[in-house]
Write a protein that binds this ligand. Structure first.
Ligand code: C2O
Length: 541
């Protein structure tokens, strides 16, 4: 195993997108940032120099961070931010997982432009569990605002309303030719007839789940969230923000040009979203340059049946590399609501602001010390271990007309509540979407672990009938699950890594509203189950 070392200089970058020039925060002068390539077993060492005007942290989305919680990165959860002018080295081993993950800023909305791919190949001598592709290509979806994203977020938080939607989606940083002034800002993938391409697809958009298609071509899904799957052939990929999907693309069609395109899966009418389409081009070698590429027919923004089919038809590659069997004995049963509501806001125009919660707790970050430091140094008053296992009030979760009448559901108190777990305990969580104030699919992300997705469905979860649908044999293993609009999902994981692990909605608009909680996993009995002390350069508040 090797040590892979990189320096990340985070600084202002002037870029031209759509019809204007803008100064954004970026890593090493590129947008998206650098692609990191490692093998399973390697140690990754990234020296981050913050030359930007903002507080910065980086998160390695999906990495297990075994005994290295200090490198996980969410602002005020595992570290105080790296202040302008400061630096911090993120150092961690990549173990027991391979496939596509990614890295991104984990403070305010800076991940809009501070993100990149993290590709984990098998150790040498370990093949992929699918035919070796001729070439590998990262495909990163992003979202672009003509305004400064930190201003967009701050204005929204100050007014209590939802932020402005983005001005474009992007593929590998480029909006594509359906947007103004973007005729030549389009990602092009050159292919040769007869070859196979492994597309490592990452949804780095802030606030949108996406549909992705390539005209006239099917794709074969072979991994999701760095967990191998049974090969699944599909014409459309559906990908929540935070998720990754690896597909094999066979260049087996007539020599020519074909558009690839992505548009929003907004799950519910009435939600604020960007209804535009980004596209790139797949060009076969030898294709006439004059030909107009063929455009795929995209699903409608609210095509939940297509999304649900994709999300539920994929199964994990049981027995494949790094496969972990589903735990059968459960120590902690949790039933957790996820949804939107209101919180009290004395400075807002109508006294309340849009808020979000899990089990009626709306999360706020601490300000003086990170939660992980509080855990390690036993400092009280930073978080409270009172996150409930079940909602404080039982109600009809998906019946909006009843729920909005109940102010104790609608108005959610703010707190920094966590659930404390014993080392190695097994957790089952029913995630129940609520229709209190609007309803949509929430891509819920758990730091530090992959979980098995046992089942998902619509309406209220039924504790008698629905467990009969559990897949305990070969479920998908994910780090981010789209909890269906007006529905539920059941996940299981083993808390085998001490530290503080954030769990939150990966729609960035919902995160500052409080759609988050954290697990505090206690140390185990031995040295290999105890969190080591923080690195000497851990930023201080
Ligand atoms: Cu990709 Cu907590 O995030």
């Amino acid at each position: 195993a090797a040590i892979v070392e990189h320096s990340f200089h985070v600084k202002n970058l002037t870029v031209r997108r759509l019809c204007t020039e803008q100064v954004v925060t970026a890593v090493n002068g590129s947008l998206p940032g650098p692609t990191l390539r490692v093998h399973e077993g390697d140690t990754l060492k990234v020296h981050v120099f913050n030359k930007s005007p903002y507080n910065m942290t980086l998160h390695w989305h999906g990495v297990f961070q075994l005994l290295s919680a200090w490198a996980d990165g969410p602002d005020m959860v595992t570290q105080c931010p790296i202040q302008p002018g400061g630096k911090y080295t993120y150092q961690f081993k990549i173990l027991k997982q391979e496939g596509t993950l990614w890295w991104h800023a984990h403070v305010s909305w800076l991940r809009a432009t501070v993100y990149g791919a993290l590709i984990i190949r098998p150790r040498s001598g370990h093949p992929y569990p699918f035919p070796k592709p001729d070439k590998e290509v990262p495909i990163l979806f992003g979202e672009w605002w003509n305004a400064n994203v930190v201003d967009v977020e701050n204005q929204a938080l100050a007014s209590g309303a939802a932020p402005n939607i983005s001005d474009a989606f992007t593929i590998n940083g480029l909006p594509g030719d359906l947007y103004p002034c973007s005729q030549n800002r389009i990602f092009t993938l050159k292919v040769q007839k007869g070859k196979t391409y492994l597309l490592r697809i990452i949804n780095a958009a802030l606030n949108n789940e996406l549909f992705f298609k390539i005209a006239n071509h099917n794709m074969t899904v072979v991994a999701v969230d760095a967990g191998y799957t049974v090969p699944y052939v599909t014409g459309v990929v559906v990908i929540g923000t935070g998720q990754t999907v690896d597909v094999l693309l066979a260049a087996d069609q007539e020599v020519g040009s074909y558009y690839m395109a992505a548009n929003a899966y907004a799950s519910a009418a009435g939600t604020l979203f960007d209804n535009t389409t980004t596209r790139g081009i797949v060009v076969y070698e030898g294709a006439p340059s004059s030909a107009t590429p063929i455009m795929p027919l995209m699903p409608a923004f609210n095509d939940t049946p297509t999304a649900h089919k994709f999300f539920t038809n994929i199964t994990g590659l049981a027995g494949g590399p790094h496969w972990v069997p589903v735990p059968r004995q459960i120590d902690e049963h949790m039933f957790v609501t996820v949804g939107l509501g209101l919180s009290i806001c004395p400075t807002c125009s109508n006294g309340t602001q849009v808020s979000a919660s899990m089990n009626n707790f709306s999360f706020v970050s601490p300000t003086t010390l990170s939660m992980l430091q509080a855990f390690f140094f036993n400092v009280s008053g930073i978080y409270t271990p009172d996150f409930p296992d079940t909602p404080p009030i039982k109600f009809d979760y998906t019946n909006a007309s009843i729920n909005t009448l109940n102010p104790s559901l609608l108005i959610t108190p703010k707190s920094t509540s966590v659930k404390v777990l014993k080392y190695n305990s097994t957790v089952e969580m029913v995630l129940q979407n609520t229709a209190i104030l609007g309803v949509e699919n929430h891509p819920m992300h758990l730091h530090g672990f992959n979980f098995h997705v046992l089942a998902q469905g619509f309406g209220n979860y039924d504790p008698v009938k629905d467990p009969k649908k559990f897949n305990l044999v070969n479920p998908q293993s994910l780090n981010t699950i789209g909890v269906p609009v007006g529905g539920w999902a059941v996940i299981r994981f083993i808390a085998n890594n001490p530290g503080v692990w954030f769990m939150h909605c990966h729609l960035d608009v919902h995160l500052p509203w409080g759609l988050a909680t954290a697990f505090v996993v206690e140390n185990g009995p031995t040295e290999d189950s105890t969190l080591p002390p923080p690195p000497a350069d851990l930023p201080q508040c």
